[in-house]
Design a protein around this ligand. Structure first.
Ligand SMILES: Nc1ncnc2c1ncn2[C@@H]1O[C@H](COP(=O)(O)OP(=O)(O)OP(=O)(O)O)[C@@H](O)[C@H]1O
Ligand SMILES: [Mg+2]
Length: 267
């Protein structure tokens, strides 16, 4: 399978803290990669560097063969690398549907949504359909239609998470980076949310990297796992091998590990 994203020798320091220490990652197209590691291990820093929110001190990032290391986040998003945040970035005064329209780049102007509807629905570049239609379709795919007209402020935690992820889909991402898509969500909701996200992503044909602390979720959904510790990647491979790796067991998952149900052995 072809490599779509290639991070080479990434280094990032914050004063005395090394948040990325010789990080190398070649990501294959259409793969699903789980990023694990304890708090402060460097997972979000890695995502921030890929998406342009942080510039590495050294090293390079190539996407589809092009060097994107120095590009601004907006330009990286335009190329098809999209992300969700550890804490959903939502506007409390907007409804779910309005969020989708905003995400689709509909400029509301002084007339607000009324102006949008009366002026006729513009086609959204890349979607070949009116914005409202695209928004409805994505909401449906994420099981969010019933929340369409609710304000983001009153949404349950799991729904806020789903909306934040649904918003990343409007840009038709080639790569999706999800920073803790199930954090703050009850254990019983986690699998439902991840199944929904993975199905939607599969339908769009995107590569996914997701940060996750629950090893059962990682084992179930990731085809490959990269384990971070102290700014380094200490193990990289199929879930069964990485989660059984002695260093990973010691530094990342500790005694809380549930036996993974996928993957093979690593010497
Ligand atoms: N903007 C910043 N300024 C200073 N230090 C930072 C900054 N961003 C990250 N760090 C530090 O870099 C290290 C890695 O942080 P990072 O947020 O990447 O960890 P993480 O693996 O995402 O952890 P968590 O699981 O808690 O989200 C930590 O020591 C953190 O305090
Ligand atoms: Mg983080």
């Amino acid at each position: 399978m072809a490599v779509i994203l290639d991070a080479r020798n990434l280094e990032k320091r914050f004063g005395a803290v090394t948040a990325a220490n010789c990080v190398n990652a070649a990501i294959e197209a259409d793969s699903v990669v789980g990023l694990i590691g304890t708090n402060g291990a460097g997972k979000t820093t890695f995502i921030n560097m890929i998406t342009g929110y942080l510039k590495p001190d050294s090293g390079s990032i190539h996407f589809g063969g092009n060097d994107i290391t120095k590009l601004a986040p907006r330009d990286i998003t335009r190329l098809g690398i999209c992300r969700s945040f550890q804490i959903p970035q939502l506007y409390s005064s907007l409804t779910v549907f309005e969020h989708m329209l905003m995400g689709l780049g509909v400029v509301l102007g002084n007339a607000g949504l009324g102006g949008f509807f009366s002026s006729g629905e513009p086609l959204v570049p890349g979607h070949h359909a009116p914005a409202g239609e695209v928004a409805e379709r994505i909401l449906e795919r994420f099981g969010l239609s019933e929340y369409r007209d609710r304000n983001a402020q009153v949404l349950p935690g799991g729904v806020r998470k789903l909306l934040d992820i649904a918003l990343t889909m409007v840009a038709k991402p080639k790569i999706l980076l999800l920073d803790e898509p199930t954090s703050g969500v009850s254990a019983s909701e986690k699998f439902g949310i991840m199944s929904m996200v993975m199905e939607a992503v599969k339908a769009e044909g995107a590569t996914v990297l997701f940060v996750e602390h629950d090893m059962e979720v990682v084992s179930r959904f990731a085809g490959r796992v990269m384990a971070f510790y102290d700014g380094r990647i200490i193990a990289d491979g199929v879930p069964g091998a990485v989660l059984e790796d002695p260093e990973v067991k010691r530094y990342v998952v500790g005694g809380a590990l549930h036996k993974p149900d996928t993957g093979g052995a690593r010497a």
